[in-house]
Design a protein around this ligand. Structure first.
Ligand SMILES: Cc1cc2nc3c(=O)[nH]c(=O)nc-3n(C[C@H](O)[C@H](O)[C@H](O)COP(=O)(O)OP(=O)(O)OC[C@H]3O[C@@H](n4cnc5c(N)ncnc54)[C@H](O)[C@@H]3O)c2cc1C
Length: 388
């Protein structure tokens, strides 16, 4: 028997669940269909950085709107997201100083607490860091990180409180439409019908989109992460993107530090490929880099490593919007940076679907069809690709 809903969300990652939460808050009854279980995709492996520093204004705006959810989670969503304010540092190469200063100006105009600080200021904030190669950095005192699985679970609980339904072990395998409009879909657990369908299937969203006759240029990004136990003298530290060393790192609970590299990811592996283990030599390379920035980490010890995979687009920016049959929407392609944007993306999706356009942030630039027109999104003062 076909089950009827106001909207169907494909995929229980943070993007799909946030969209369902915001739709349910507006009074719709959405169903979230998940092939495996909540957080099975990128969300469950995410490093959880929450910062607003981007070189593309619309991404900073989405991050800033989202940040206010992370900061005020219990009032705005309920439950916990595990947000921890550590302060955030963005270190750029010397040849990007002009771009960094202009980007921080852009962030300040949005209202984001951000400033450009000197190498001396970095040393005061991060006494354990080696700073003799740092002349300037962007600093966000309010930023930090959150727990992606806590975030996804509390969004799901809140969505259910508002009437959303969650079905796991339910793989979407076919679509139904009539008169140019979506009407429903087939799954491993029967048929579901709704006039609105949102494809938030992460790295698998390209394959899912084919079911609706819509091709999107979606690749994958497979990313290794290591956790190191810090030596006792480093009690805590900032969350950092260090583009001069192609690395990011942040503290984690249990005296751990999470480290990952920007030039060490595997691009366009098949979404179905087993995640397996981190690349050969990755752990050694990551430890070598963190010790370059934080030399006392040499006295730390290896804790664990893991692999995650996200969807990736040709301009490393998301695909958000309507495409193909009426009622079909995409929210995917987050290219390794979607966690921190997810609260606002879900809100903007609900506005797009219910009001015809997003009011909170103008997301029209993420149009799924921009690639066909050759219109790649580029930062106004760009640093280039994040993932090399
Ligand atoms: C290792 C790693 C570190 C990251 N670090 C950060 C970070 O620090 N900060 C940040 O902002 N972002 C980060 N990201 C990116 C961020 O985690 C992702 O952009 C975000 O989680 C994507 O969420 P999603 O909901 O789009 O996709 P996913 O979480 O991948 O969810 C998609 C879901 O769709 C389901 N699905 C697929 N096909 C079907 C089907 N046919 N039927 C039903 N369900 C289906 C999948 O099982 C999956 O659960 C990181 C990503 C990774 C992998």
């Amino acid at each position: 028997m076909t089950k009827n809903f106001d909207a169907i969300v494909i995929g229980a990652g943070v993007i799909g669940i946030s969209t369902a939460f915001h739709l349910a808050e507006r009074g719709l009854k959405p169903v979230i269909l998940e092939r495996k279980e909540i957080g099975y995709g990128a969300t469950g492996k995410s490093s959880g950085l929450v910062r607003m520093h981007y070189d593309l204004e619309v991404e900073s705006r989405l991050a800033w709107e989202s940040f206010q959810y992370f900061r005020d989670w219990s009032e705005r969503v309920g439950g916990e997201c595990g947000f921890r304010r550590t302060g955030f540092l963005h270190i750029e190469t010397a040849d990007h100083e002009v771009q960094l200063r202009k980007n921080v100006e852009m962030h300040q105009k949005i209202g984001i607490p951000a400033s450009v600080i000197s190498g001396g200021d970095v040393k005061k904030l991060a006494p354990h860091f080696k700073t003799d190669d740092i002349a300037f950095a962007a600093y966000e005192p309010e930023s930090g990180y959150a727990d992606p699985m806590l975030t996804a679970n509390s969004l799901l609980a809140a969505a259910k409180d508002h009437g959303a339904i969650y079905v796991q072990d339910c793989e979407v395998s076919g679509s139904q439409s009539a008169g140019g409009k979506v009407t429903g879909l087939q799954t491993s657990r029967g048929s579901f019908s709704a006039p609105i369908i949102i494809n938030a299937a992460g790295a698998w969203a390209g394959k899912v989109s084919e079911l609706f006759g819509v091709s999107i240029p979606l690749g994958t990004w497979t990313h290794d992460v290591v956790h190191i136990r810090r030596p006792a003298q480093i009690a805590d530290h900032l969350t950092v993107i260090d583009n001069s060393l192609n690395m990011y790192f942040r503290p984690d609970s249990g005296n751990l530090t999470l480290v990952a590299l920007e030039d060490d990811s595997r691009l366009d592996e098949p979404a179905e490929k087993d995640l397996g283990y981190v690349a050969k030599d990755f752990v050694e390379r990551a430890i070598d880099r963190i010790c370059k920035r934080v030399p006392e980490m040499e006295q730390g010890s290896l804790h664990s490593s893991h692999v995650g995979r996200d969807s990736l687009t040709p301009d490393q920016r998301a695909i958000i919007g309507a495409a193909g049959p009426q009622g079909y929407f995409l929210a995917t392609g987050f290219s390794g940076t979607g966690f921190k944007l997810s609260p606002a993306v879900g809100l903007c999706m609900s506005e797009l679907i219910l009001d015809g356009s997003a009011k909170t942030v103008d997301i029209s630039g993420f149009d799924p069809m921009r690639f066909e027109r050759g219109q790649h999104l580029k930062g106004e003062n760009e640093y280039g690709s994040i993932w090399k």
